[in-house]
Design a protein around this ligand. Structure first.
Ligand code: NAP
Length: 481
């Protein structure tokens, strides 16, 4: 499969360095090849997006929406083969890959339906005959930079609102997952998107920086690590450019004494190990009431140890590899360090030694019983299938421990007590809160994003996305005389 950049409606081979997309379960296997965009091609993409912006902004909302709806139909029709490609390049299981492609289609349909909604507000005026309108206009050219872990869903939830609200786009996907980027851009192009409205450029960090810096890019939406996100926020601050960043997480699941332990254990395992723990909302900290801690940890450890880990395309496999050798090494080093600081492994921890898994970027589902919250593990995102557990005397202490973090993306609380659940809503510093369900998971019609080091700027998804991809004009509409 050839990876081509999309610049001004033309599919071009980049003139930059070679790009090789490999299968993390079998690193010798090439999934796709291509070339990165050279700086001049990135500039051409931004120029094309700027050139296409006025006509796209003037295109009726329903015509823009029709393109998104048709692209959704194309995605749904290709969910099986493209979901398989997603698994091959990213490492999540086939079921997760197919579900993600379908999820991206659902996001496109949601934003297509936005064309039927109100697009502004009208206020009364104290002056006779005047009304005050608040109308929404596109921001212009959106620079979009996306991470590896949701190769099509995260790009869809940025690109779909950008397009539906009348913006044009220059998109740099993660260079680890270029094939699904090609699929999404291809679906939108085949659905009838005019030339220049969406431009896809393959590149690494320097390409992201070039997009952020370019004066032709009017706003930047980034999802990825907190370190890169903070650098982008700082640069956009200097340039006075609107910016939205969704960043790392260190998400806690809190299991209280009155919880249904079997349900809680199953949900903690899903939150921690689905997608190999490579979700920004994955559970990586577990806080358990003293009275049920031994029982709950035993159940989580049993379930973790029973997970079938292997090639994500194989029937029955429940967890695939990490995305890269660097990710595997980072996770292994993080576990070693935690154990060195007194963490007790209850499941996993030891690297695989069998030939198949040792050859790929696999890490075992790991549960660590932590001696306290002073370890580096408590604060640092490992972004892999590793959970560290501590105990708490009561809900108040548990919530305090959960807030002991530089991150604030999501949390899960397991309890039957409505009063305690309501305390969690007010007491936990997060942007997403699950009561009695795993910490991961989001629907496209509701806002998504974090607080503290996890998110900056307007939230994504749902109607919240409109706040980033439009600006308002307040019009005092008076009578002629
Ligand atoms: P990453 O290393 O920060 O990369 C994210 C994107 O930024 C990639 O396209 C990357 O390009 C690019 N990039 C790297 N350096 C850059 C720079 N200096 N300037 C501009 N762009 C730059 O993150 P990742 O490893 O792909 O994704 C995992 C991280 O994303 C985790 O921290 C996870 O929690 C977070 N995440 C957050 C959310 C959320 O909604 N809060 C959702 C998903 C993931 P290359 O990789 O191609 O070099």
């Amino acid at each position: 499969m050839d990876l081509l950049n999309l610049v001004d409606g033309r599919w071009i081979e980049g003139s930059g360095a070679a790009l090789t997309d490999t299968n993390p379960a079998r690193p010798g296997e090439v999934v796709a090849r291509g070339r990165l965009a050279a700086p001049a091609e990135v500039t051409a993409a931004i120029t094309a997006a700027a050139g296409a912006a006025p006509a796209w902004a003037a295109t009726p909302h329903h015509a823009r929406a029709a393109v998104l709806a048709e692209a959704a139909r194309i995605l749904d029709g290709n969910a099986e083969p493209w979901g398989r490609e997603l698994s091959r390049e990213e490492g999540k299981t086939l079921a997760e890959g197919v579900a993600e492609v379908r999820g991206a289609a659902r996001i496109l349909r949601f934003y297509a339906a936005e064309s039927d909604r109100d697009s502004g507000e009208i206020y009364p005026s104290p002056r006779p005959g005047e009304s005050i309108q608040v109308v929404r206009k596109p921001v212009g050219v959106a620079g979009i930079i996306t991470p590896f872990n949701f190769p099509i869903a995260i790009p869809a939830w940025k690109i779909a609102p950008a397009l539906t609200y009348g913006n044009t786009v220059v998109w740099k996907p993660s260079s680890l997952v270029p094939l699904l980027a090609l699929r999404l851009a291809g679906a939108l192009a085949d659905a009838g998107l005019p030339a220049g409205v969406l431009n896809l450029v393959y590149g690494e960090g320097d390409t992201g920086t070039a997009i952020v810096d370019h004066p032709g890019v009017d706003a930047v939406s980034f999802t990825g690590s907190t370190a890169v996100g903070r650098a982008i926020i700082a640069r956009c601050g200097e340039l006075a450019k609107p910016v939205q960043t969704e960043m790392g997480g260190k998400n806690a699941s809190i299991v209280l004494a009155d919880a249904d332990l079997d349900h809680a254990a199953a949900q903690v395992v899903a939150g921690a190990y689905n997608s190999t723990g490579q979700k920004c909302t994955a559970t990586s900290r577990l806080i358990v009431h003293d009275g049920v801690a031994d029982e709950l940890l035993a159940r989580v450890a049993d379930r973790a140890a029973a997970l079938r880990v292997g090639d994500p395309l194989e029937e029955g496999v429940q967890m695939g590899p990490l995305v890269s050798d660097a990710a595997r090494d980072r996770v292994a080093a993080g576990v070693r360090e935690a154990v060195g600081e007194g963490a007790r492994p209850l499941a996993g921890a030891e690297p695989y030694t069998d030939a198949d898994r040792a050859a790929g970027w696999f890490a075992p589902p790991t549960l660590l019983d932590l001696p306290g919250t002073g370890l580096g593990f408590w604060r640092r995102e490992l972004f892999g299938p590793v959970v560290g557990a501590v105990r708490a005397r009561d809900a108040a202490e548990a919530f305090g421990l959960a807030n002991l973090s530089d991150h604030g993306l999501s949390a899960a609380v397991f309890t039957r007590d409505l009063g305690v659940a309501l305390t969690a809503v007010n007491g936990l510093d997060v942007g997403v809160l699950h009561i009695n369900s795993e910490s991961a998971g989001t629907f496209p019609w509701v806002p998504f994003g974090g607080v503290k080091g996890s998110g900056h700027g307007p939230k994504e998804q749902g109607r919240a996305a409109r706040d980033f991809y439009t600006h308002t004009v307040t019009v005092y509409l008076g009578p002629p005389a």
